[in-house]
Design a protein around this ligand. Structure first.
Ligand code: GRF
Length: 195
């Protein structure tokens, strides 16, 4: 399948996907000048920046996004640091073919700053969730989850580093499974089919 990676940050997950030979044909960022765009450039992947400032509403933004995706024949999406909630139009257009990575064990700590939320709450264990995108906020059916214990003295930075290591391993694996049509979804359950 032809994949687009939606980004907005440093792009370490994009790099992990590229290193795993994921078929990323397009990188779309909601922010200019971010590391993810440099990584895409270095890898020779086409890039598009669509900033919120260009559009009066989320609907207008997502119309432009859909147009770019369609113009590029994109069949599947992987969201890695794209800090915008997609509207139903985009979610429905890519239902079952869009994956997000989130730095917590969902449904705990959805939304922004999940690592900080976990530290502030004082949980002993947090982790990573890789899930299909649905119309809610970080609420779609879960493909993989992996726990990351919180150590005494952990900061946002030290914990994020260990969380990223897990993300870089399990996100490419999920993309590979979806790309090879090995994910079956039944209600909230994702079943992984044998190769
Ligand atoms: C990751 O922690 C991911 O879980 C979250 O945004 C961060 C993106 O990091 N959705 P990077 O840009 O891939 O380094």
């Amino acid at each position: 399948m032809r994949w687009a990676c939606l980004v907005g940050g440093t792009g370490s997950n994009l790099r992990a996907l590229i290193d795993d030979s994921a078929p990323i044909k397009l990188v779309i960022s909601h922010k200019a000048g971010v590391g993810a765009l440099q990584i895409a450039h270095a890898a020779g992947i086409a890039q598009v920046v669509i900033t919120a400032r260009q559009y009066p509403t989320r609907e207008h933004y997502d119309e432009a996004l859909l147009r770019v995706l369609r113009d590029n024949g994109i069949e599947a999406l992987v969201l890695a640091g794209f800090l915008r909630l997609l509207t139903d139009r985009v979610v429905d257009a890519y239902a079952g073919r869009a994956i997000n990575v989130h730095p917590s064990l969902l449904p705990a700590f959805p939304g922004l700053h999940a690592v900080r939320q976990a530290l502030e709450y004082g949980v002993r264990v947090t982790g990573v969730s890789v899930h299909l995108v649905d119309r809610g906020l970080d609420s779609g059916p879960i493909i993989f989850q992996e726990a990351v214990p919180i150590r005494p003295g952990d900061t946002d930075e030290t914990l994020s580093t260990r969380i990223h290591e897990v993300e870089h391993r399990i996100l490419p694996e999920a993309v590979r499974l979806l790309d090879s049509h090995r994910l079956d979804v039944s209600g909230r359950q994702v079943v992984i089919r044998e190769a």
